[in-house]
Write a protein that binds this ligand. Structure first.
Ligand SMILES: Nc1nc2c(c(=O)[nH]1)N[C@H]1C(S)=C(S)[C@@H](COP(=O)(O)O)O[C@H]1N2
Ligand SMILES: [Mo]
Length: 260
């Protein structure tokens, strides 16, 4: 890792989950609840609980990870030359195409729902927030992996820019242009390597890899790395989205949580 990157990533300390939980008022919900585990549960879906196997896998994975552990960060020499473009590569969405034609000049990210100060951020606003650069391995559940360097704003600092969450907030739902959406719990939101990335390998994110903004939530498989981000909503329940399982992929038989 270069010195510059190490400097950028010094924000990890500021943003480490524990320090945030300790700092009164930032994520009020954590403090009022006085207990993390409430936020580390999978969504309860309409047709009952997630499968027992899912819950066991998730519980043991999260126990192992409870030390704020970071995923491995690679050397820039390991970056994959031709990072795949997988699934959607250019959403057929009128609004998206209009924004793209103007190089995303008018693109905005609304952050709404159970936050203290709903806002709408431009790419410039996002670039003014603390910045993190990480070279990580993307692992697609469909059997491939590749390494890239990602640069972006920690999701946590974006939520903080919206005034922090209200006490009853439990999940965040992210919508993408082209119809994908995924849900994440506060465990993912507050992790230092969870970033809204606008840069890939030192350049703007290419169209096919999710321009102008995609999520990197490094301990999840590929399908949780949402591309073409459109909006963020903080919610207390995932019930009202799609089929109510907490994400497009779990709506259609993938697991809500399949952490690596
Ligand atoms: N909006 C959106 N996000 C998405 C997808 C997609 O089709 N649309 N595919 C997912 C899957 S399964 C993978 S493996 C990665 C692929 O990212 P890439 O195209 O940058 O390789 O994006 C994920 N996020
Ligand atoms: Mo994937």
């Amino acid at each position: 890792m270069t010195k510059a990157k190490r400097l950028e990533n010094k924000n990890d300390k500021v943003l480490s989950r524990r320090s945030v939980i300790k700092r009164a008022g930032v994520l009020g919900g954590f403090l009022l609840a006085g207990c993390d585990t409430q936020y580390y549960k999978p969504p309860v879906v309409r047709d009952g609980l997630m499968g027992v196997a899912d819950i066991m896998t998730m519980a043991s994975q999260r126990m192992l990870m409870s030390n704020d552990q970071l995923v491995q960060e690679h050397d820039s020499s390991e970056i994959t030359k031709n990072f795949p473009v997988w699934n959607q590569s250019n959403p057929e969405d009128e609004e998206y195409q209009r924004l793209r034609a103007e190089n995303y000049r008018d693109w905005r990210l609304p952050i709404t729902g159970l936050v203290n100060k709903p806002i709408s951020m431009s790419l410039r606003d996002l670039k003014k927030l603390p910045r993190r650069t990480q070279t990580t391995m993307h692992i697609c559940e469909q059997g491939w992996s590749a390494i890239a360097e990602w640069t972006g704003a920690p999701l946590l600092s974006v939520i903080q820019a919206a005034g922090g969450i209200k006490p009853n907030a439990k999940y965040i739902m992210i919508n993408a242009y082209g119809g994908w959406y995924e849900g994440y719990d506060m465990f993912d939101v507050t992790h230092p390597q969870t970033i809204l990335a606008y840069g890939m390998n030192g350049k703007d994110i290419p169209l096919g890899n999710g321009a102008p903004l995609r999520l990197r939530v490094e301990r999840h498989c590929g399908y949780k790395q949402l591309k073409f981000i459109k909006s963020i909503e903080v919610v207390s329940s995932v019930e009202n989205f799609g089929r109510g399982t907490g994400g497009l992929n779990s709506d259609y038989d993938f697991h809500w949580y399949a952490g690596a």
